[in-house]
Structure formats: structure tokens, C-alpha cells
Design a protein around this ligand. Structure first.
Ligand code: F6P
Length: 341
């Protein structure tokens, strides 16, 4: 059996661990051959691939990024896209495809499955916002990077009696902000699921200063004040129609300085959260996803996706993962509020 593998969407630490596990188990246990498609859906769409075998996956477990490359190419948005993917897979003699990605990549995988193609999905995203799995790999690494940054910002904030605002990733879901903010002892955490009251944020900040400490505000890039921002953003979008976010921390910096009279500084962590070596948790989760994905391919479980349920890896329908975004429940956010101010 020949198996195609691709990684699509924003990269994250652990992608190489999945590829390695797929190839190692597929080669030794099932006698599979592999083809690696380059840059997500661009690979099968344009016939761009690399040789993939045990030699190519040696030593890649601790490496961030993806040896296959990634992109946000969307075949559904292209004229005859699905048909072109089908023809390329047939030309390459591919019997099954493993698509490793987030909501967009897996949405395409689901559409291909509905069009009759043999696809299995593996969920990834630092945002942890995919339904049907308790965690996605990449998230734990991103949270640890953000937590370490918050730890460092505490000390400089206190030296200078400043407010430090840390902007983390999270377009629609505040998982990274919530977990890194809790782990790092933030004084305010702002997430996309709960529009914030700027006056309340400023009260928390003033309260923190009155305790002789300098406040840390952790804000997800998708968070917004009640009533929205006064100015609309510039509206740059990717192939899946998502706007490019970033900037809320700088907006807060100016507002907080004006309203509290305290000095404020913004730190935008950006793509630092997606780079570098995965944590042990992410390496193990990604490896287990890879082992189960190649088994699913060899057993013909098309249209399924690997998912973490408590401590077990299970197969769920791809549709479940893409139907609904997994956002932070209000009661979980309320727990974190105990530490605000
Ligand atoms: O989906 C993962 C993610 O890291 C989001 O948190 C973020 O909004 C987006 O990707 C950034 O995408 P890009 O790297 O394309 O700017």
C-alpha cells in the first residue's frame, strides 16, 4: 500500500513526530511505501512531492516545523481543485492519504472524503480549538513558551513599576491565553470568547499596583472590548478567509496608559509560540496520533481522525472535528477570574 502524507495550515511543534511515527510503523509493521506532499494541499494540487521513508525521518523527533513544509493553500477555492487532487493521487499510485492539520486542512480532507477519496486526518494546532479531541499537539509547547515569557516579564514589570501586556495567539479561542495566564500568574486574562470591559481591566491594574506589584495582562490576539474596536482592521485575509490578527496588545497599551496614568508596554509573542522543539507531552501525543493514523489507513477507516479522549487515542469521524470550534467554556474562564486584580 502506498500512503501520501501532508501537513497543512499554520505549522506547530510535533508535526515531525507524527510523520516519523507514521513512516516507522507503516514501513516496519505494514510494509507501506510513502510519498511526502510538499506544503499542504499545494503538494497534491501541483504535483509537488518528496521521497519519504525511514531514512528521511531519522532524527526529526525533536525538530520543530515540518520536513514536508506547510501552506494555507485551499483546493476547494481553486477551479477543479478536488479533481486535480484526485488525479494527482492516482498518478502517484497513492492508496490512502494522511492529512495533518487544523480546522481548514481537515475541512478539505472531509470534502475530499465526501468526494470518495481515501483520507485519514490527524488534528494539530497550537490553538487547541479543534472539536472531538481533548488536546491537539503543539498547544502544550505554545503554553510553555508563553508561560516562560510571562515569568520573565513579571520581574522587569516590577523593577519599572509598569503594566506589561502579553499578546498570545488564539484567533477564536483563548486556550493559550487561559492556560499560560493561569500558569504564569497573570493579573488579567482576556480571551476572544468573552468581550472585555476596559474599565474593569483598568480597575484590576490599579488594584495590583496598590499591592506594590506590577500587573501582567495576558491577551489573546482575537480578544476585543465590549462594543468592538473603534477602528476596523485592515482586512488582510488568507485563502480560507481568516483575517490576519495582531495589535490588541498595542491598543491596550495606549488605552491603559491614558486611563490609569501608569506606564504600559506591549509584548507580542507571535510566531515564537509556534517555533522550536516540542515539549515531551507534545512529542508523545503526536507520536501516538501518528501510530494510530497509519493503523487507520491500513484498516481502511477513511473519513476518520485520531483524537485524544482522556488518555486513549480513538478514531472519530472527521466531520466531528470540523463541525464546531472548541472554545473556552465560560465556567472555566470564571475559575481564572479568582486571580484577577
Ligand atoms: O491557527 C494557528 C495560528 O497560529 C493562529 O493562532 C494564528 O492566528 C494564525 O495561525 C497565524 O497564522 P499565520 O502564521 O498564517 O500568520
Amino acid at each position: 500500500m502506498k500512503v501520501g502524507v501532508l501537513t497543512g495550515g499554520g505549522d506547530c511543534p510535533g508535526l515531525n513526530a507524527v510523520i516519523r511515527a507514521v513512516v516507522r510503523r507503516g514501513s516496519t509493521e505494514y510494509g507501506n511505501e510513502f510519498i511526502g506532499y510538499r506544503d499542504g494541499w499545494r503538494g497534491p494540487l501541483e504535483g509537488s512531492s518528496i521521497e519519504l521513508g525511514v531514512d528521511q525521518v531519522r532524527g526529526i523527533l525533536p525538530r520543530g516545523g515540518t520536513i514536508l513544509g506547510s501552506s494555507r493553500t485551499n483546493p476547494i477555492g481553486e477551479e477543479g481543485g478536488i479533481e486535480r487532487v484526485r488525479q494527482q493521487l492516482a498518478a502517484d499510485g497513492v492508496d490512502g492519504l494522511i492529512a495533518i492539520g487544523g480546522e481548514d486542512t481537515l475541512g478539505v480532507a472531509q470534502a475530499l472524503f465526501e468526494a470518495g477519496l481515501p483520507v485519514v486526518g490527524v488534528p494539530k494546532t497550537i490553538d487547541n480549538d479543534l472539536g472531538a479531541t481533548d488536546y491537539t499537539f503543539g498547544f502544550d509547547t505554545a503554553v510553555n513558551i508563553a508561560m516562560e515569557a510571562i515569568d520573565r516579564l513579571h520581574t522587569t514589570a516590577e523593577s519599572h513599576h509598569r503594566v506589561l501586556i502579553v499578546e498570545v495567539m488564539g484567533r477564536h479561542a483563548g486556550w493559550i491565553a487561559l492556560h499560560s495566564g493561569l500558569a504564569g500568574g497573570a493579573n488579567v486574562i482576556l480571551i476572544p470568547e468573552q468581550d472585555f470591559d476596559l474599565e474593569a481591566v483598568c480597575r484590576h491594574i490599579e488594584n495590583r499596583f496598590s499591592d506594590q506589584f506590577a500587573p501582567i495582562v495576558v491577551v489573546a490576539e482575537g480578544a476585543k472590548p465590549i462594543g468592538g474596536f473603534p477602528k476596523a482592521d485592515e482586512g488582510k485575509t488568507d485563502a480560507f478567509g481568516h483575517s490576519r490578527l495582531g495589535g490588541v496588545a498595542h491598543w491596550l497599551e495606549a488605552e491603559i496608559e491614558e486611563r490609569t496614568g501608569k506606564e504600559a508596554r506591549a509584548t507580542v509573542l507571535g510566531h515564537v509560540q509556534r517555533g522550536g522543539t516540542p515539549t515531551a507531552f507534545d512529542r508523545v501525543l503526536a507520536t501516538r496520533f501518528g501510530l494510530h493514523a497509519i493503523a487507520a489507513v491500513n484498516e481502511g477507516h477513511w473519513g476518520s481522525m485520531t483524537a485524544l479522549k482522556a488518555t486513549s487515542i480513538e478514531l472519530v469521524p472527521l466531520s466531528e472535528a470540523v463541525d464546531e470550534l472548541k472554545t473556552v467554556p465560560e465556567e472555566l474562564y470564571r475559575e481564572a477570574e479568582v486571580f484577577f486584580g
